[in-house]
Design a binder for this molecule. Structure first.
Ligand SMILES: NC(=O)c1ccc[n+]([C@@H]2O[C@H](COP(=O)([O-])OP(=O)(O)OC[C@H]3O[C@@H](n4cnc5c(N)ncnc54)[C@H](OP(=O)(O)O)[C@@H]3O)[C@@H](O)[C@H]2O)c1
Length: 239
């Protein structure tokens, strides 16, 4: 039976690469589309017309998230794996505490990066309950690690990823007992569009990170009863 994934923020960057990689492995993918004018998802649909479905999704809107879950429910009876990948950064909220903070931007980062995945899990749980796999994946960041933090700025983004990690830990405490398994992933510094245009200075293409993420996401792990933040090289990060 074909396995079914839902991927948020699938228009470009890592979400697009994860969707493509899963399709190549024979998965059926529902791709959360935030940017209908961006052409890459439509091109992927041309390659996989039978197994890719595009679903409008804004993770900052509960109405949009519920409508996406409803759209998936009306064409599939279940979801095996949910990949919470959508995320944002803001270069205008990167200053140290001696500079004025952009508090609206900090709230916006928190709303999308930390609260967004909560909305998505809440809405998709009934579909995941009906799936065999019950896998919840989250793209976080080294920026959320308190122990390894050396930055003196970037409050909004770092705090949003730390909050995401806590949300995942609380879900893990609850849902692991109900048969769910969890993946928390730091993808590395990728040549993606987080700052508005493709960051050509970063270390790797998103496809390289997706190639490491996909086995981590879909294969069983030796210890499913321990939640860890793992990076693209397989290293575990401290909280
Ligand atoms: N790039 C890195 O080096 C890096 C490092 C560590 C962690 N990460 C994490 O990796 C994940 C993927 O990021 P990426 O690097 O692939 O960035 P990306 O190229 O910007 O892709 C993220 C996608 O999510 C979309 N999105 C933004 N707001 C959304 C919303 N409210 N609802 C649904 N989708 C929304 C983006 O649209 P817009 O382009 O219109 O915003 C974009 O299409 C994020 O969670 C990010 O925090 C990235």
């Amino acid at each position: 039976m074909q396995q079914i994934a839902f991927v948020t923020g699938a228009d470009r960057g890592l979400g697009l690469a994860l969707s493509a990689g899963l399709l190549e492995r024979g998965w059926h993918v529902f791709a959360g589309q935030y940017m209908p004018d961006w052409p890459e998802l439509a091109a992927l649909l041309g390659q996989f017309p039978e197994s890719l479905r595009l679903v409008p999704l804004d993770v900052s809107s509960m109405g949009s998230v519920r409508a996406a879950a409803q759209a998936v429910a009306s064409s599939a009876g279940w979801v095996d794996m949910l990949v919470n990948n959508a995320g944002v950064i803001s270069t205008t909220s990167a200053g140290s505490i001696r500079e004025p903070q952009d508090y609206d931007k900090i709230h916006w980062l928190y709303d999308i990066n930390a609260v967004g995945p909560l909305r998505v899990v809440e809405a998709f749980l009934p579909l995941l309950d009906r799936g065999q796999m019950k896998r919840l994946c989250f793209v976080s960041s080294e920026a959320g690690s308190i122990d390894r933090c050396r930055r003196e700025n970037w409050y909004g983004y770092c705090m949003s990823k730390t909050a995401l990690n806590m949300a995942v830990k609380i879900m893990f405490n609850h849902l692991r007992l109900q048969g769910y398994t969890f993946r928390l992933y730091h993808p590395g510094w990728m040549r993606t569009y987080m700052e508005g245009s493709k960051n050509t200075k970063a270390d790797m293409e998103p496809e390289e990170s997706a190639a490491q993420a996909i086995p981590f996401f879909i294969e069983a792990q030796a210890d499913e009863d321990r939640l860890v933040l793992r990076d693209w090289q397989g290293h575990v990060w401290p909280w």
